[in-house]
Design a protein around this ligand. Structure first.
Ligand code: BG6
Length: 480
């Protein structure tokens, strides 16, 4: 940004702002990575004064960054950047007051971070425009989900597009800010080693798992209407799939990278109508144990209807219909209240064409995003001693150790800096979001048409039994 800049955080008292955005900004401030004149203005309905908001933010940030050392002095200087303005973001009359409150002495850049429900996006954009807060130097950051269907995403994108140019719009998917996700790009496009193997001649199948131990953590209102397909597959898992499957972009910049990702989304084999029975599994957690603690079933969680048929687990099989990937199954799996927190991508190579040895397993590349960030390649090696017995061994790269990293960057830190610097390479373009919904909508349609109610699975397990059959039918198995 050329001018001093304000970051306006709509939904300033919400969980995202207090739990993720402010701690990320605090870390960036501590590492002197924020522009000196960046002011943070939190906006929400609660009638708080600036000091009360700062105290609230401090409490939440202390709890959040305690593990990585909270420094009271640093907080003091960071808190001076924070302002609070009480307003109802759905009321256009409040924006005039906001503009006056901002009380600019000279030109200021604006970053509008919409950490609110997507149902407010269109109104907020229009009100910003009317109040003169959406000039050509402004940027808008939209949190996922962008809508809850293709139609609603189109409507949101259309309204936002009437106020902001596409280059001013930053649609965030925090998975793209994770270090290992960017390392996947480096692995593929900065090393020639894998490229000759990265296709249907050598790869048997790809698994992408994002497993969480948490339930819905007080987000009933949102989650019960969304479900795991919209909450995780439409964005995070499809983004990971795109990075595994895309062709090398001509340049590492926003347009070139996103052009390649869109091609993959458009090449995904549709899952429509009766396909949902064979190629998807929906689940919902029942009571069970997580880390030795009893946890209730999803429908016993507060505010959830007893007969809610919202899924908390999805597994599915798709393919990318192009020359590189024809015939290679891509298995996606994600769920809440599963056995472990773990996000990883498995590239399972085909076995050797002719077996010389009795023991043998095909090579497997594992790219792990969470809990630790690592890349490991399983190779076959000779066991020490007599005879020629082989055993799998791991060539293991722990990225934090390799770079002697003292602290792990949170995805939001990287992405917030990119917004400030105006780099949208790691953000979703309008057509990408729409292509993802175009593929997801028919799955939801199929579930409704064929009454695919979620199958119960015990909390603390790996999901419904049928998720295993989905792979077994093809002679494959989830790597656990
Ligand atoms: C969010 C989803 O986008 O990602 C949550 O809305 C989910 O439901 C979260 O828990 C998972 O993120 P992470 O970074 O903890 O894997």
């Amino acid at each position: 940004m050329t001018h001093p800049c304000d970051m306006l955080v709509f939904g300033g008292t919400g969980d995202l702002a207090l739990h993720k955005l402010l701690p990320a900004l605090y870390h960036l401030h501590r590492d002197r990575l924020l522009p000196a004149d960046l002011r943070i203005v939190a906006l929400a309905r609660q009638p708080l004064g600036r000091d009360a908001y700062r105290a609230l933010a401090e409490r939440r940030c202390r709890a959040q960054v305690a593990r990585t050392s909270f420094q009271a002095e640093t907080w003091q200087s960071f808190a001076e950047r924070i302002d609070y303005f009480a307003m109802d973001a759905s009321q256009s009359a409040h924006y005039g007051r906001l503009a006056r409150h901002l009380d600019d002495a000279g030109p200021r850049g604006r970053i509008h971070y919409l950490a609110t429900a997507p149902s407010l996006f269109e109104d907020i954009a229009a009100c910003l425009a009317n109040a003169g807060l959406a000039g050509s130097d402004a940027r808008i950051v939209l949190e996922k989900p962008i809508g809850h269907s293709l139609a609603s995403a189109l409507a949101i994108n259309q309204s936002i597009g009437q106020v902001f140019q596409e280059s001013q719009v930053f649609r965030i998917d925090h998975y793209l800010g994770k270090e290992t996700v960017q390392n996947l790009i480096a692995l593929r496009f900065a090393n020639s080693l894998f490229e000759t193997q990265w296709n249907q001649n050598h790869i048997s199948h790809v698994e992408i798992t994002v497993a969480e131990q948490v339930g819905i953590e007080g987000r009933w209102g949102y989650f019960d209407k969304a479900g795991q397909l919209r909450d995780m597959i439409q964005n995070h898992l499809l983004q990971l799939l795109c990075l595994v499957a895309m062709e090398a972009p001509v340049r590492f910049d926003a347009e070139a990278v996103r052009n390649e990702k869109v091609k993959i989304l458009e090449a995904l084999k549709p899952i429509a109508g009766l396909d949902v029975k064979d190629r998807t599994v929906r689940g919902q957690y029942a009571a069970g144990k997580i880390g030795g603690q009893e946890v209730p079933a999803y429908y016993f969680e507060k505010n959830v209807d007893n007969d809610s048929d919202t899924e908390t687990f999805v597994a599915l099989r798709t393919e990318v219909r192009n020359w590189r990937w024809a015939g290679v199954p891509f298995y996606l799996r994600t769920g809440k209240r599963l056995a472990r927190k773990c996000s990883e991508i498995i590239i399972q190579f085909k076995p050797v064409p002719h077996r010389l040895f009795q023991d043998g397993q095909a090579n497997r590349l594992r790219i792990r995003l969470q809990p630790e960030e690592s890349i490991s390649l399983q190779l076959m090696a000779k066991s020490p001693g007599k005879g020629m017995h082989l055993a799998p061994v791991e060539l293991d790269l722990n990225l934090a150790h390799a770079f002697r990293q003292k602290r792990r960057w949170d995805a939001y830190e990287r992405l917030l800096l990119d917004v400030i610097e105006g780099d949208s390479t790691l953000f979703m373009r309008r057509d990408e979001v729409e292509a993802a919904w175009r593929w997801v909508d028919p799955i939801i349609g199929g579930w409704h048409a064929y009454y695919q109610r979620p199958r119960p699975y015990p909390a603390g397990s790996w999901g419904p039994e049928q998720a295993h059959s989905l792979l077994e039918q093809q002679g494959h198995a989830w790597h656990e």
